[in-house]
Design a protein around this ligand. Sequence first.
Ligand code: MG
Length: 257
Amino acid sequence: MKKLFTLALFTIATCPACLAQTTKEYPKPEPMRPGMSEYWTPQPKVVEPGDIKLATAPSDAIVLFDGKDLSAWMNPNGSAAEWTVKNGVMTVDKSKGDIVTRQKFGSFQLHLEWCVPKGITGESQARGNSGVFLQDMYEVQILDCFGNETYVNGMTGSIYKQTPPLVNVMRKPGEWNVYDIIYTAPVFKEDGTYLYKPFVTVIQNGVVLQNHTEIQGTTEYIGFPRTVKHGEGPIRLQSHGDPSQPISFRNIWIRPL
Ligand code: MG
């Protein structure tokens, strides 16, 4: 037995291949940069939206903003939301940060209307950037994409850094855009991986941008989607740090499914 052990040690010590295996250095993955998960072509076709009248909340909806106050919303730390409310409209206050609904949701139908201010400046992602995070995890992008190109998987109606919208149906700054979002929450296995990934359909101004799109994981600014096990979550509206003029929201309601 002792002989065998000595022989094994001798073999490892004198085998060049074995030594190479333990000492060889392989290149490490390059550190992720934002541009590594952005692509710019093909740009979705521009579509002129039809005229759709104001979609007031149906009788079974939970009203999240009716133009009066932010009582359905709070800061992520639980304190009262402080965005500006005026003339039936709420406007992002970039000094206050994101806001989330007080209530948490699973699968839902969400309606919200948003407006990029007339005369907005900036370009690409720094022009009217906001976003709606489904269950506080997955961002459907909001951006002024009227004559403003950016990476296509970061356009309005994209699943951010994942799936571009089918078309570009933006109304011009100063006019109201309408989102209707139908979302199916994911189901997780015990080990924290997806049994079923989340799915989303996004309609802007009556036109389908995402058709039952599978969401790959969290919507990261840097890097690839991650799998993070979660339960019900709030709707989050983004206060983006870009220097352009803040956007506004009105008429927000949700129907849990
Ligand atoms: Mg955004």
